[in-house]
Design a protein around this ligand. Structure first.
Ligand code: MN
Length: 284
C-alpha cells in the first residue's frame, strides 16, 4: 500500500486534554518503521488545530468552531489521498476527526461502507447528546443528522445500510432510537461474530471501505490510556483478529485509529497495545 499518514492532534471533541498527544507519541515510538516495513509511506501531514480554544457556547456543541475548522482541512487531505489511489491512515486525537475522514471518504465515493469498531456508536446530535462532546456526533453528521455546521462538512452522506457497528456497548437513549429507526447493523462484544464482518463486506464487493478503530473498543482494564473507557470490551486477541480480518480482506481503503490518550496511560500499556495492533494491521 501507499500510505498517506495524517495526524490530528485534537482533544476538543472529547473535552479532555491529553488525547491530542496520541499521534506524536505513536510516531516517537516507532510507528514509521512499522508502516514502512511492508508499505510505502508517501507523506505525513499534521492537521492544524487551533491552540487553547475556549469552550464557547452552546454547551451542547463544545468547541464547535475549532472542530469544524480542523475537519474542513482533514476532509480535503483524505479526499486527495483517496483520489490519488493511496490509503489515508488518520491518527487521533479524539473521534471528532471522523467528521473529516468520513466526509473525505464519502466525497471520494458516496457508496463507501463504514466499519465502526468502538465501545460507542457516536451517533448523537446536539439535541440528543448528554455531554455536548462532539466526538459523540460524527456518525450522525455523516448521515445528515445534527447541527448544520457539522452536516455542512459533507458533500455526500452515508447510507444507513452501509454501516456496521462492531463492539458497541455504551449507547445513549437518543442514539438507540436513531439506530433502530434507521435499521443500522450492529454487534456488541457478547454477540460478536466475526463472520458478520465477512458477510457485510461480501454484500458489496466492489465499493470502498472506511474503517474507524477506536482503542476503547477494547476492555477498559486493557486500555487505561483512553478518554472514555468502557467495561465489557474486546480482549487484545479479539482486537487483533478483527484487524487481521480487515487487513486480509484487502478491502479497507481508509483507516482511522483514535482515542489513544498517552497522558492517562499506565506504564505505557495502551501505547504498546496500540503499536501491537498497528503492527498486525500493517505487517503485510
Ligand atoms: Mn469510543
Amino acid at each position: 500500500m501507499r500510505i498517506d499518514l495524517i495526524s490530528v492532534p485534537i482533544y476538543y471533541g472529547a473535552d479532555r486534554a491529553g488525547v491530542e498527544l496520541g499521534p506524536q507519541t505513536l510516531l516517537d515510538n516507532g510507528l514509521v518503521s512499522i508502516l514502512s516495513g511492508s508499505h510505502q509511506l508517501l507523506s505525513s501531514t499534521i492537521i492544524e488545530v487551533e491552540r487553547d480554544a475556549t469552550k464557547e457556547a452552546p454547551a451542547n456543541l463544545k468547541y464547535l468552531r475549532p472542530i469544524v475548522n480542523a475537519n474542513d482541512q482533514l476532509r480535503e487531505v483524505v479526499y486527495n489521498s483517496l483520489s490519488n489511489g493511496n490509503m489515508p491512515l488518520t491518527l487521533g486525537g479524539d473521534h471528532s476527526l471522523a467528521l473529516g475522514t468520513l466526509a473525505g471518504a464519502l466525497k471520494n465515493s458516496e457508496d463507501t461502507l463504514l466499519i465502526w469498531v468502538d465501545a460507542h456508536t457516536d451517533i448523537n446530535t446536539h439535541l440528543s447528546t448528554p455531554s455536548g462532546n462532539i466526538h459523540g456526533m460524527p456518525v450522525a453528521a455523516a448521515l445528515n443528522f445534527g447541527h448544520p455546521l457539522l452536516t455542512g462538512l459533507f458533500t455526500n452522506f452515508l447510507r444507513p445500510e452501509n454501516i456496521l457497528y462492531v463492539g458497541v456497548r455504551s449507547i445513549d437513549e437518543g442514539e438507540r432510537d436513531l439506530i433502530n429507526k434507521l435499521g443500522i447493523q450492529m454487534m456488541g462484544v457478547d454477540d460478536f461474530d466475526i463472520s458478520r464482518i465477512h458477510s457485510f463486506l461480501d454484500a458489496k464487493p466492489s465499493v470502498p471501505v472506511h474503517c474507524d478503530f477506536d482503542i476503547d473498543s477494547l476492555d477498559a482494564s486493557l486500555v487505561p490510556g483512553t478518554s472514555t473507557p468502557v467495561d465489557g470490551g474486546f480482549t487484545v486477541d479479539q482486537a487483533h483478529s478483527i484487524l487481521e480480518l480487515l487487513r486480509d480482506s484487502g478491502r479497507v481503503t481508509s483507516l482511522d485509529f483514535v482515542e489513544f490518550n498517552p497522558s492517562v496511560d499506565k506504564s505505557g500499556q495502551t501505547l504498546s497495545t496500540a503499536l501491537g495492533l498497528l503492527t498486525t494491521y500493517f505487517s503485510k
